[in-house]
Design a protein around this ligand. Structure first.
Ligand code: FAD
Ligand code: SF4
Length: 509
């Protein structure tokens, strides 16, 4: 039976069982199409990285004697949509069955299911063999629960997959969570490492993108390209992280610094999300490092929590709450994303550094995304859907299944607190504690009112004042709510006025 198998751009897993046998009756197809470049405005590096990794994947399949059809973005026969290209191939090659792996995004899930209903041959869907959990597993676990506690899910995962566990099913070293021992600012010590990722030159793809009139933004860096493009490079990055950076990850995972974009972060999200790396091998390697006494329990636990905890939980949250999640807007926020989100030209140092870095590198680490860009956006009342489109376009690792829950749920509280137990917002105090951004900033971190006052300071209090009815019952906000209740009316008026001024001048902040 002649079979056509579709491989999506984020399904580049050479270890998938599909590839175990060589079969002349199976034709694999990969396609660079406008349907995927144009659904949101993307960072140039993101498009180049995915296409370059797909091309590398195709070469490897060919070397192993698999039959492969590849559509480049500039090919004249490319009809730039999955369904049109697939339908042509089905009739051209007399295909008798169509097969694909479970897409991670609802939009593609619907698209491919529709296609299967249109074609008059059988079709079959396979697992990507990537995640620990099934799409529905998180939903099933929390079936009747109001609050979806990540910690509950994380412990369930540790037990189910026997990760960092003793034989009697108790957690290694008698504790589930070593989180509070983390979180330090970074003052130049310990020294960070030079970027160990390989440099690629992909000016050819860049040229093709321009010729095909694919719109993008940000630094293309086609000649200085560093994202891993295949499994070998991804494994090299993982090994480098485990050998040199992991030991400091836990302590400095929330630290931010003007001169350091990577700090001790792993930079494996792109490789993970395109499935070059599997989460289980990441977890096993980290656990091995702990068992070999190279790292202490708090380091291993803190990192493993990110992978089997947060990453899998976020995915389950996505499948449980889509499609309604993408339209959630608990605070009814309506502002557009300020124009300086696209060029980094703001006087606020923290945002200037984080956004400029994001536009240059298509990367910012978690706390920069959450406590700088997300924090400001929530305080400033940016429309969460517009913000989601910004995040989805900017970051190299941004695929809807992981980006939407993080942006709308964790960062913007747009789901009213199903994912996050309180809004992640702060004044300048937190930003100053965890970074050196406030040094030399145009604004004063200590002032709440006046020309030079840091916008975070009044916007923070204003946010809680105007949203009292929506947040006053939240037990995690008891202290803030108490402080607001004890404020005299004049102070409240001053804060509201100052916040109003900032928001009226948001474009020139
Ligand atoms: P490290 O800091 O080294 O962490 C290791 C790994 O843990 C990451 O590679 C990632 O796979 C996993 N991880 C940690 N936290 C999370 C989380 N909250 N959700 C899912 N996985 C997590 N991550 C994405 O992969 N794609 C996104 O589009 C994305 N958008 C985000 C948007 C916002 C507003 C926020 C607050 C976070 C977002 N994250 C996203 C989560 C996190 O910021 C990135 O996974 C991380 O910064 C990637 O860099 P790293 O590989 O160096 O991660
Ligand atoms: Fe950001 Fe305010 Fe600090 Fe400036 S003073 S860097 S705006 S937190």
């Amino acid at each position: 039976m002649r079979i056509l198998r579709l491989i999506l751009g984020d399904q580049l897993n050479p270890c998938h069982s599909w590839f175990k046998n060589i079969d002349d009756e199976i034709i694999y197809v990969l396609m660079e199409i406008k349907q995927e470049t144009n659904y949101v405005l993307h960072h140039a590096q993101k498009i180049i990285a995915i296409f370059a990794a797909m091309r590398d994947f195709k070469e490897n399949l060919l070397k192993k004697n698999h039959r492969v059809i590849y559509y480049k973005i500039s090919d004249t026969s490319n009809q730039q949509s999955f369904s049109l290209n697939l339908q042509s191939l089905i009739s051209k090659y007399f295909i008798e069955k169509f097969e694909y792996q479970e897409p991670d995004e609802l939009r593609l899930d619907i698209d491919l299911k529709n296609l299967c209903n249109q074609i008059n041959i059988p079709s079959q869907i396979y697992s990507t063999e990537h995640f620990y959990t099934k799409r529905e597993e998180v939903k099933d676990l929390f079936k009747d629960k109001k609050q979806w506690l990540m910690e509950t899910f994380y412990r369930y995962m540790r037990k189910k997959h026997h990760v960092l566990m003793n034989d009697d099913n108790s957690p290694a070293e008698s504790k589930w969570n070593f989180d509070h021992e983390n979180r330090k600012a970074w003052k130049g010590e310990p020294k960070t490492f030079k970027d160990a990722r390989s440099i690629h030159n992909h000016s050819e793809i860049w040229k093709e993108l321009n010729e095909s009139k694919i719109e993008s933004f940000g630094q293309d860096q086609a000649e200085q390209f560093r994202w891993p493009l295949n499994r070998k490079e991804a494994l090299k990055q993982l090994t480098f992280f485990i050998e040199h950076l992991l030991i400091h990850f836990g302590d400095f995972q929330d630290a931010m610094h003007k001169d350091e974009s990577r700090m001790f972060h792993s930079l494996i999200s792109f490789a993970l999300n395109t499935k070059m790396l599997s989460p289980s091998e990441v977890v096993l390697e980290v656990e091995k490092s702990y068992l070999n006494q190279k790292i202490p329990i708090q380091t291993a636990e803190g990192f493993i929590r990110q992978i089997i905890g947060w990453r899998e939980y976020i995915r389950g949250y996505y499948w449980a709450h889509m499609p309604t999640l993408q339209d959630e807007n608990y605070f009814n926020h309506k502002h557009s994303v300020p124009s300086w989100f696209w060029n980094g030209k703001t006087h606020m140092n923290c945002l200037k550094y984080t956004i400029t870095q994001s536009l240059n590198e298509a990367y910012a680490h978690h706390i920069q995304r959450l406590m700088i860009v997300g924090n400001f956006s929530l305080l400033a009342g940016i429309d969460p859907k517009k913000l989601h489109e910004w995040y989805l376009g900017v970051y190299i690792d941004a695929f809807e299944w992981v980006e939407i829950p993080n942006t709308l749920g964790m960062s913007q509280f747009a789901d009213g607190g199903k994912l996050a137990s309180k809004p992640y917002v702060s004044t300048a105090n937190y930003i100053n504690k965890m970074s050196n951004y406030c040094e030399g900033c145009h604004y004063s971190k200590n002032e709440r009112l006046g020309e030079k006052a840091c916008p975070f300071n009044s916007l923070y209090w204003n946010f809680f004042i105007i949203n009292t009815s929506k947040l006053e019952k939240n037990p995690r906000l008891a202290i803030v709510n108490k402080q607001i209740k004890s404020m005299d009316p004049n102070t409240i008026e001053d804060i509201k006025l100052q916040a109003k001024k900032h928001l009226e001048n948001i474009e020139t902040l």
